[in-house]
Design a protein around this ligand. Structure first.
Ligand code: HEM
Length: 138
């Protein structure tokens, strides 16, 4: 491997690079929690989170970095994601899932100018959000 082969690294983590790397993931997470803090439809899920979101933001940046194909910081620090198990303490029904998706949709619209990438990422987020739902709809 020599310096001329750097583009190979880019192809190895296409979503992370397409989004814009670390700064873009930080901006996305900031916009996500800003949406959660301000949207009326997100009040219930905001109340599940800590008042001070600083630590939560750092963990989500780390998780999304790895999930998007970037550096594997999350699993080094926190082990296997096991998101279903980590969300088990929270009551996540369809409306909680939809509120999470509404925040992420807004965050992507606020920070990602690539409409095709937004669509791809939202489809992938929707699968994870459905996977962590642990209550039926009502
Ligand atoms: C479907 C609705 C969802 C709800 C209501 C929800 C709620 C929560 C809550 C309350 C926490 C704890 C945060 C804290 O301690 O301050 C958490 C942690 C977390 N959530 Fe979610 N979440 C949802 C979906 C998702 C999705 C779709 C993802 C990923 C794509 C995700 C990724 C994470 C991660 C990485 C953590 C931290 C896990 C750890 O401790 O290592 N969540 N979530």
């Amino acid at each position: 491997m020599n310096a001329n082969e750097l583009p190979v690294v880019t192809r190895a983590n296409p979503h992370y690079e397409r989004l814009g790397g670390h700064a873009a993931v930080v901006a996305l997470v900031e916009a996500f929690y800003r949406a959660m803090d301000t949207r009326a439809d997100a009040r219930t899920i905001r109340a599940m989170h800590e008042h001070d979101l600083a630590a939560t933001k750092r963990v989500l940046v780390s998780y999304l970095t790895e999930w998007l194909g970037g550096p594997k910081d999350y699993s080094v620090q926190r082990g296997a994601p096991k998101l279903r198990r980590r969300h088990a303490p929270f009551a996540i029904d369809a409306s909680a899932r939809d509120a999470w998706m509404a925040c992420m949709t807004q965050a992507l619209e606020d920070t990602c100018g690539d409409a095709a990438l937004r669509t791809e990422l939202l489809a992938a987020f929707a699968k994870v959000a459905e996977a962590v739902r642990n209550l039926p709809s009502h």
